[in-house]
Design a protein around this ligand. Structure first.
Ligand SMILES: Cc1ncc(COP(=O)(O)O)c(C=O)c1O
Length: 526
């Protein structure tokens, strides 16, 4: 046997310099394992005695014995009566040496991805890091009543419901389901449907897509829309078909043509506050669209993502509230009233669908976080949720009005901007009257984050170089003249709109942020 200088293998340390006996024996076991893997001790070869090793390492013999016992337990060495410890016979050391050599120069493993992710849906730029964050659906998280919520959370932990803390019903915590169902009955007139909790509405979108779509299917979507939902649909191999839209929402005639061509399985809509334009789909179009869906057997996914915030009147009831054919899948979220990181959303549909979604969720991740669900349920039961909702609705209405006033004063100064005052939601869709190509990048350099029209377009049909530009979130890289094959909702392929979120910032921040936006857009023209 070669003289084994174990210290050489004690990676960072002399075991004696490590604190605590337990760590010391593990360090010695590690060193021995390394010596075996690198063939300094061969299979079947005897290890030096515990006494020798202890001398060599200047440690207690018991520490070495503990290290050897650890290696026996792991299957590297075996204890032979009277002849001490030996490396086990059947270790594939040659192969392991080759791999060890490889590991010195980290390799890039050739992952055989089934689906390559489209990076456009995982933005590289973090909106929340910008002092002026006009991100459209962003709530003012600084206003969230963390202390109040903390008390519900600690109550939940003080009296845990042990049964619920195990695996179990993937539909979610019964008390939260009951609270949300009661709330939806009252504010959205949704009754007689089943509800289940998801990790945000994105999870619901994903599961619904996986359950209902397959390659070759079509999903009809609004021409400008919410890319994360599109991404979930497209993951299944389904194709998106953009439906034209105007100031009343999507065009039922165009929808009828698309349905008539066949293969449309789903229609994804944001009827209350169209994302991103904020337009409400009017009643007569809703009725036409519903009738078409019944006629062609198409399910509707109704994303009611920010229904809480409607200011001037009661919001129009959702399509799910009047769904005799049972084809509407209603989804919504706590991401606007709480924050996106809460990951609480829900899906409401008839039992036949919810049963399947629940079974799918069981395979995916069992259930959502129980402690959070129970805490939110308590927050709702004890009135905190309603109170926060009322305060935020008042605040966001004031902020909407303030932004409207600011924008009007820019109009009065002669800037060519146009907008409709949104009846609800958290953003204004602003026609800047000029190309927004390159605007985003310039604003980021001035600490302003906002989203421009091009980000809400169907990236699927963009040529590769444009998809890559979007992936790096850099509108600057886009060519000045966008190519013909981008289906534009505008007569000319000129992108002019920006989405200005008004909820997340106070008046001073909005004033300063807007000043930067206008200066960047119009320079010294005003
Ligand atoms: C249109 C739309 N749907 C859904 C969501 C919410 O998704 P989640 O519940 O996954 O946070 C958002 C959030 O930005 C949204 O804008």
């Amino acid at each position: 046997m070669k003289a084994l200088t174990l210290k050489v293998f004690c990676e960072n340390s002399d075991p004696n310099k490590l604190s605590g006996k337990q760590v010391k024996y593990l360090a010695i076991a590690d060193a021995l394992r390394k010596a075996i893997k690198e063939s300094h001790i061969a299979p079947t070869e005897a290890l030096p005695s515990a006494r020798k090793l202890a001398q060599q390492l200047s440690v207690n013999r018991h520490t070495v014995m503990a290290a050897l016992a650890e290696l026996v337990a792991q299957g590297w060495v075996e204890a032979k009566e009277r002849s001490g410890y030996r490396v086990v016979a059947n270790l594939p050391i040659q192969g392991s040496r080759a791999i060890n050599k490889m590991a010195k120069t980290p390799q890039s493993f050739d992952w055989k991805f089934r689906v390559k992710q489209n990076c456009a849906v995982t933005p590289k730029v973090k909106a929340s890091e910008y002092p002026y964050n006009f991100s459209g659906g962003q709530p003012d998280i600084r206003k969230f009543p963390f202390d109040e919520f903390k008390s519900h959370f600690s109550q939940t932990c003080q009296r845990p419901k042990i049964d619920d803390l195990s695996y179990g019903d993937s539909r979610g915590e019964a008390e939260l389901i009951e609270e949300i169902a009661r709330y939806l009955r009252r504010v959205r007139s949704i009754t007689e449907k089943e509800l289940m909790i998801c990790n945000g509405s994105q999870e619901a979108l994903y599961m619904i897509s996986q359950l209902l779509l397959q390659p070759g299917d079509k999903v009809a979507v609004e021409q400008l829309g919410y890319p994360p939902a599109w991404a979930a649909f497209e993951r299944t191999g389904a194709t998106l078909i953009a439906i034209k839209q105007d100031e009343r929402g999507i065009d039922p005639e165009h929808l009828a043509q698309v349905f008539a061509q066949g293969k449309v399985k789903l229609l994804y809509l944001t009827p209350l506050h169209q994302y991103p334009t904020t337009v409400s789909l009017d009643i007569s179009r809703r009725m036409q669209i519903y009738q078409l869906a019944v006629q062609y057997g198409v399910a509707i996914v109704e994303d009611d993502y920010d229904h809480e915030f409607h200011y001037d009147s009661q919001p129009i009831a959702p399509m799910a509230a009047d769904d005799p054919a049972g084809l509407v899948i209603y989804i919504s979220t706590f991401s606007k009233l709480m924050f996106g990181g809460a990951r609480i959303g829900y899906v409401v549909a008839n039992n036949a669908l919810i049963e399947q979604v629940a079974a799918y969720k069981m395979v995916m991740n069992h259930k959502c976080n129980v402690l959070v669900q129970q805490s939110v349920a308590k927050w709702m039961q004890q009135g905190g949720f309603e109170g926060h909702l009322r305060r935020m609705t008042r605040l966001y209405q004031k902020r909407r009005d303030f932004m409207v006033q600011q924008l009007r004063s820019y109009q009065e100064q002669g800037l060519p901007i146009h907008f409709e005052v949104p009846a609800g939601g958290m953003a204004i869709w602003l026609d800047t009257g000029k190309s927004i190509v390159g605007l985003k990048e310039k604003l980021l350099a001035h600490q302003v984050y906002l989203q421009t029209e091009v980000e809400f377009c169907r990236f699927k049909v963009l040529p590769d170089e444009l998809t890559n530009s979007l992936a790096s979130n850099s509108a600057n890289n886009l060519p000045e003249n966008l190519p013909e094959n981008i289906p534009s909702h505008l007569p000319k392929k000129e992108y002019r709109f920006i989405r200005l979120g008004f909820a997340a910032m106070n008046e001073a921040e909005v004033t300063e942020g807007l000043a930067i936006v206008m200066k960047t857009l119009y320079g010294s023209d005003y």
